[in-house]
Write a protein that binds this ligand. Sequence first.
Ligand code: PRT
Ligand code: ZN
Length: 283
Amino acid sequence: MIKVAIQKSGRLSDDTISLFRECGIRFSRGTGRLKSTATNFPLEFLFLRDDDIPGYVADGVAHLGVVGENVMIEKKKDVILRKKLGFSKCRLSVAIPKGNEYNGPEDLRNKSIATSYPVVLQKWLDEKGLTAELHEISGSVEIAPSIGLAEAVCDIVSTGSTLLSNGLKEVETVMRSEAVLISNKNLDAKQTALLEKLLFRMNAVQTGGSNKYILLNAPNEQLDKIISLLPGMKSPTVLPLHMEGWSSVHSVMAEDDYWEVVEELKNNGAQGILVVPIENMII
Ligand code: PRT
Ligand code: ZN
């Protein structure tokens, strides 16, 4: 049995739960529950506050955990980062009042900065050879300048609208973060095997999610050109259509290339283009 600490409720919860479900793990998530055992995998979830997850994993109360990389670093616990998970992406940034002049990190020297992430911020200041007066506060960091608590803030930014609506401007990115899978340092052989199994499934889900399956009809005289646009996993599948002179082409392509390629395919005579999501993909 492997124990996995995940956030009880917050910005990480839904995507974490979806990821484990996409990995084929079935479990219930009753409100107010602290634990849940999977019905088809030797795994137990512990629902916790995100701040406690690195500590529980380091102490071995949980073997694995899902947490923001920013929190993992902030807590300074002895855990191993096993995988970046690609969701809850954000950045930790320094922001100052909109009207203030800013010419670079030097302008932050000896300033007072309010933050919930003093460890990450201090590391960044050290790298820049700067000293500043840090005020650790646990929430509503963005109001600190307007109430006279600090001259700058260092907070998590996603869209930037919170900073904007509090009259602040982002001037430095201290770190980029996303959800990560962490583990205890001393997993035994059985736990390691379960972790490997989970990582295999997570990789397949992630690869599947970043690719699309494409099917199209092409006139035979355009096949070479169309195939050159579609590398596929090995090479595309080409099947004859009942209609003389036409073929059906099937392939896989990176989601990022998709709109560009679709346009070119059309320009080269492809018709009836179908693009379907891939649930998971093992290469
Ligand atoms: O209750 P618990 O302690 O478990 O949760 P929490 O309230 O401490 O954390 P939560 O759920 O808010 O965030 C969990 C993790 O999500 C963080 O540690 C980050 O890694 C990640 N994350 C991603 C974010 C955001 N995006 C985010 N936008 N965490 C916080 N914010 C907040 C930010 O603090 C600021 O107030 O959203 C505001 C900024 O958002 P924008 O879109 O206006 O820029
Ligand atoms: Zn928290």
